[in-house]
Design a binder for this molecule. Sequence first.
Ligand code: H2B
Length: 101
Amino acid sequence: MAVEPLTEQEIEDRLSALPAWRAVDDRLVRSYRLASHRAAAALVADVARTQDELDHHSELTLGYDTVDVSVNTHSVGGRITALDVGLAARIEELAARHDAH
Ligand SMILES: C[C@H](O)[C@H](O)[C@H]1CNC2=NC(N)=NC(=O)C2=N1
């Protein structure tokens, strides 16, 4: 079945399992802080590998000790879908391993 945009209620329900993620302007967003620039860059590299495996890609902004993540689904015109929630959950697991908060 083709992926479809989630309703506002569905997004709210699914984000209860991802409390640090927010839905802002049709995107799921989350910022992480790490111990150093290299630690932040290492998280970006791991997220990039996972995104290629999933064939679903967020926008990643590397700061000094921060990584900002923002994702929606291009193929439905830039709306939030289950693919975005799934990617967010995977990134959350990776970030925990990198001691990102
Ligand atoms: C052809 C390939 O499957 C598509 O371009 C994928 C790749 N990554 C993607 N990432 C995101 N965020 N949205 C998409 O619709 C998307 N589509």
